[in-house]
Design a protein around this ligand. Structure first.
Ligand SMILES: [Zn+2]
Length: 259
């Protein structure tokens, strides 16, 4: 029977270390084809670890994977995590490299650590996407969101319909206002999210409660990503450009890597 990984980052994104237990430790070459596909961007010589719980965010919902480390309890880290991915059945793989000679075994107690700087930047970029989304909802409620990307260097929100450069100052001003207002990012769980748009890292395998993110109660988005707690903590958001392709408009934005 498959044991899904408990996604602790969904309940508390502020945790940066966690003690948990190893479930499996194996070479990528021994994984199924579907699982190997998840690891296609890491070296085939790397190893794959699953644990009972994780605080490391797996790539998804337009947000990149966390990086971090795993250490045998009370020892220095001996495994560097370069990529975290979630399977369809809810297991979360941590791909990376062990230091020479280190071996993990099922049931072993370990300490996870998240790389802080990267997590903070990803959380600000992702929350920035929510703010751009709310600005668009307030300014142009008729435009339907079709896609979101919160990767560094390519962050954008996409909408059905046409936007032009003259919309840029208007969107920038609304985004600045929402950051200035220092609104809280509210997270809640709902049993039935069928009335909400399906976006942002909500695994297709999920039947249970769905987490909903809202900026100050002004919007509602099913979302499995990591956020900062208030809009001001994102810092300055720059609307970089507005582009169009086949009837879809893209609002590209960025936030400063450091606040
Ligand atoms: Zn989110």
């Amino acid at each position: 029977m498959v044991q899904p990984t408990e996604a602790v980052y969904l309940k508390d994104a502020s945790l940066r270390t966690l003690k948990t237990e190893i479930i499996s430790y194996q070479p990528i070459s021994s994984l199924s084809e579907e699982e190997k596909f998840l690891a296609k961007n890491v070296s085939p010589e790397d190893l794959a670890i699953t644990m009972c719980q994780t605080i490391l965010y797996p790539q998804g919902g337009g947000q990149p994977s966390d990086t971090g480390s795993i250490a045998p309890a009370d020892e220095a880290p001996t495994f560097t995590v370069s990529l975290v991915r979630k399977t369809q059945d809810g297991r979360i793989y941590h791909f990376g490299k062990p230091s020479t000679g280190s071996i993990f075994t099922a049931g072993q107690s370990v300490i996870q650590k998240v790389d802080d700087v990267k997590r903070d930047y990803h959380s600000r970029l992702h929350t920035g996407g929510h703010i751009v989304g709310l600005a668009m909802q307030l300014l142009m409620p008729e435009m339907k969101k079709v896609k979101a990307n919160h990767f560094p260097g390519e962050a954008c929100m996409e909408y059905e319909g046409l936007l032009y450069n003259e919309h840029k100052p208007q969107i920038q001003a609304k985004v600045d206002e929402l950051v200035e207002q220092d609104l809280p990012i509210l997270l809640s769980w709902v049993e039935d999210a069928s009335d909400l748009e399906d976006v942002e890292g909500r695994g297709k395998e999920r039947d249970g409660p769905v987490r909903v993110a809202s900026i100050g109660g002004l919007d509602k988005n099913p979302c499995g990503g990591t956020h900062v707690s208030r809009t001001s903590l994102v810092g300055t958001i720059t609307i970089r450009k507005i582009s169009r392709n086949k009837g879809v408009s893209r609002v590209s934005y960025e936030v400063s890597p450091k606040i």
